[in-house]
Design a protein around this ligand. Structure first.
Ligand code: PRP
Length: 183
């Protein structure tokens, strides 16, 4: 048992619920990518846990890539500024690309990343997100696949952090207000 349990308000999505949903979504991906070998891109750091579980749940063979990006600029529809601190190594020309993300919030990161990757002439670019917070969306983007749609809560765990903590929790939890309001 992880020791920072006292910081968690409640478990929002349990490890069992996550595993069951990933199995369902993996089956949909297997159908959609039948006969293909997509390049799955793990968006560091938050997606690393989801990525590991998803690629193993899929029957479809995938190639693995890793990328670290963050968006900046105002949260408007037109804002498409992206800072890339780690890029993929593969040439994605004529390849099917599956971006694996932990959470789509304003959507700025995915909006800008999708546009950037489309500029490299892939056969397709799709986004799968573990979590989707549609109420926070300002950019014109919707993940192609979503495991869980959630309210505007401060979620941590299963890859998601607050100040680099809680990524190693096996579930998605809601952080106590007192933890982030004291800083
Ligand atoms: C988080 C998350 C998404 C992005 C979502 O990344 O992993 O990439 O923010 O926000 P948006 O929809 O408003 O653009 P973060 O920069 O916190 O990096 P991390 O994954 O390393 O924690």
């Amino acid at each position: 048992m992880k020791e920072n349990l006292a910081d968690i308000e409640r478990i929002l999505i349990s490890a069992d619920q996550i595993a069951a949903r990933i199995k369902e979504v993996a089956a949909v991906l297997d159908k959609d990518y039948a006969g293909k070998t997509p390049i799955a891109i793990c968006i560091l750091k938050g997606s690393v846990v989801f990525f590991g579980d998803l690629i193993r749940a899929m029957e479809t063979p995938v190639e693995l890539e890793f990328m670290k990006v963050s968006s900046y600029g105002a949260g408007t529809v037109s804002s498409g500024k992206l800072s890339v601190s780690l890029d993929i190594l593969s040439n994605i020309q004529n390849r099917d690309v599956l971006i694996v993300e932990d959470i789509v919030d304003s959507g700025n990161t995915m909006y800008a990343l999708k546009r950037m990757l489309e500029g490299r002439s892939p056969a397709s670019v799709r986004i799968i997100s573990l979590l989707d917070k549609p109420s926070r969306r300002t950019a014109d983007i919707t993940p192609d696949y979503t495991c869980f749609e959630i309210e505007d809560e401060f979620v941590i765990g299963y890859g998601l952090d607050y100040g680099e903590k809680y990524r190693d929790l096996p579930y998605v939890g809601i952080l106590k207000r007192s933890v982030y309001e004291q800083n």
